[in-house]
Design a protein around this ligand. Structure first.
Ligand code: PML
Length: 268
C-alpha cells in the first residue's frame, strides 16, 4: 500500500441492543464506497438474524499501520484421536500456562465470562502466572481493533488454506496475529459465540495459531477470547496497542496440516 492516506472502516450491527455482527477494514479512499456496500450486505445477511441498527464508521488513520506477518497456521489432521482436554493441556503447557489456570479460563469462556455470565464483547486479559483478570471492565473486556490484511496476503491465505478457509478464520488469524505480536502476550484462546461455529483456536507464542475443531458443543451460544500475558505487561499501554494501534497483515506464515503430536508433544 504505498504512501496514500488510509482509512479505517468499521461496521457494527445490533438488534434490540444485542450485538449481531461486526467487521472492519483498512483501505485507501477510493475503496470506501465498495467496502461500505460490502460491509452493509454482510451485516444484513448474518446467521444471527436481521439487525435493526447498522453503524458504519469511517476515519482517516492518524498513524501508518504496523506491517506484520500472520502466525503460522496449524490444522490438526487427527483431531478425532484426542480429547479436547488432551489437546488444550499440551498447548497450555507449550505456552507456559498452568493447566488449572488454562482450564478455568476455558470454562469461563464457555459459560459466559462477564460477571453476569453473559458473552463479553471484548476479551479477557489473564496474568498467565496467577490467573488473575487484568481488564478494567469485566463486562466489556478489551476489543482488538484497527487491523486488516492486504489483498495480496489474503489471496495467499486463501490459496494455502484451500477448502479449510473460512471468513471467521480470516478475521481470527488477523486478530490473533496482532495480539501475539505484542511482546508480553504468550497465548490467546478463542471459542466462537456463534452456536453453529464449533472450531476455535489456541495461538501460542513461538508456535502459531492451532485450529481446534469441536472446541465446544454444537448449539452453545457462548464463547469469547482470552489473552494470556506476562506479569510485566503494562495494561494501559497494552489496551492502547490492542484497541487503537493500526496493524496490517502484509505476509502470511506457513500453513501446516499435521497429526497433533507433530504440532506439539502430548503429555503422558
Ligand atoms: C468468531 O467468529 O467468533 C471466532 C472465530 C474463530 C475462528 C476459528 C477458525 O476457524 O480458525
Amino acid at each position: 500500500m504505498n504512501n496514500k492516506k488510509l482509512f479505517s472502516v468499521k461496521m457494527r450491527a445490533c438488534k434490540e441492543g444485542e450485538h449481531i455482527s461486526g467487521a472492519e477494514r483498512i483501505i485507501e479512499e477510493g475503496f470506501i464506497p465498495s467496502i461500505t456496500q460490502n460491509l452493509s450486505e454482510r451485516a444484513l445477511n448474518h446467521s444471527k438474524g436481521k439487525p435493526d441498527t447498522i453503524n458504519i464508521k469511517i476515519e482517516l488513520l492518524e498513524k501508518s499501520p504496523i506491517p506484520i506477518k500472520t502466525l503460522p497456521l496449524y490444522e490438526i489432521t487427527d483431531r478425532e484421536k484426542y480429547s479436547l482436554k488432551e489437546i488444550l493441556r499440551a498447548l497450555f503447557r507449550k505456552a507456559g500456562i498452568d493447566e488449572s489456570i488454562g482450564f478455568s479460563i476455558y470454562k469461563a469462556l464457555i459459560s459466559g465470562a462477564s460477571p453476569a455470565a453473559t458473552v463479553m464483547r471484548g476479551a479477557m486479559v489473564i496474568n498467565k502466572d496467577t490467573g488473575l483478570r487484568l481488564e478494567p471492565d469485566k463486562f466489556r473486556g478489551i476489543r482488538a481493533s484497527y487491523m486488516d490484511i492486504t489483498e495480496k496476503a489474503l489471496n495467499h491465505l486463501k490459496k494455502s488454506t484451500g477448502k479449510n478457509y473460512t471468513s471467521n478464520m480470516r478475521d481470527a488469524i488477523i486478530l490473533s496475529s496482532k495480539v501475539l505480536h505484542h511482546k508480553n502476550v504468550v497465548a490467546e484462546l478463542c471459542v466462537s459465540d456463534d452456536p453453529d461455529y464449533t472450531t476455535g483456536y489456541l495461538s501460542v507464542k513461538g508456535l502459531g495459531y492451532v485450529r481446534i475443531k469441536d472446541i465446544k458443543p454444537e448449539g452453545l451460544p457462548k464463547g469469547g477470547r482470552a489473552f494470556f500475558v506476562k506479569e510485566e505487561l503494562n495494561i494501559k499501554q497494552f489496551i492502547e496497542y490492542i484497541e487503537t494501534t493500526p496493524v496490517l497483515i502484509t505476509d502470511v506464515g506457513n500453513y501446516c496440516c499435521l497429526p497433533f503430536p507433530e504440532i506439539v508433544p502430548l503429555i503422558g
